[in-house]
Design a protein around this ligand. Structure first.
Ligand code: FES
Length: 84
């Protein structure tokens, strides 16, 4: 079962499920559509466990290592986010 972690907390996730599951770990969401950028979060480790970046993420010009949590899915392993 995939796991989403922050520096101090973690939760189990569903394989192939949305990273919107990270809302209860402190990720803030707005549009849920890859437009507002509010959910942009730096991924400290496990980037390879996420789905490929979407067109919306590419268009936003995110900093390296950052993903839009509303746009990516977790497939396996552990993804650690740069959050307390
Ligand atoms: S919630 Fe708006 S870009 Fe993710």
């Amino acid at each position: 079962m995939p796991v989403i972690k922050t520096r101090s907390r973690q939760r189990n996730a569903i394989a192939g499920g949305s990273m919107e599951a990270a809302a209860d770990l402190g990720v803030l969401f707005g549009c849920h559509s890859g437009i507002c950028g509010k959910c942009a979060t730096r991924v400290l480790s496990g980037l390879g466990n996420l789905s490929a970046p979407t067109e919306q993420e590419a268009a936003m010009g995110l900093e390296p290592g950052c993903r839009l949590m509303c746009q990516c899915r977790i497939h396996k392993g552990t993804v650690k986010l740069d959050l307390e």
